[in-house]
Design a protein around this ligand. Sequence first.
Ligand code: TYC
Length: 102
Amino acid sequence: DPFDDGDLGLALKTRPKTQRPPLYKVMLLNDDYTPMEFVILVLERFFGISSSQATEIMLTVHKKGLAVVGVFAFEIAETKVAQVMDFARRHQHPLQCTMEKE
Ligand code: TYC
């Protein structure tokens, strides 16, 4: 009949679905006290971001309140957040880093 999509429909319905892990956005939040240079250092050290890109991202956080600094699988995102929070705490800066499912 004219509504029968034949083999193509069957192929789509039976195609094995490729499973991808959920991704998590890691974000930095602005505050009034963390030095700009420290935020740039965090972006370079923990996210492998170049000095010029790190400066741009830091200024985005400063102006907009937050920015996504990377997107990772759950365990990687968790590790980045923990590393940044620990580094900030050890330097007595109130910098906050959080993650959110994409
Ligand atoms: N607002 C801070 C200042 O003026 C700089 C800053 C940028 C702090 C980004 C946190 O995630 C941040 N010193």
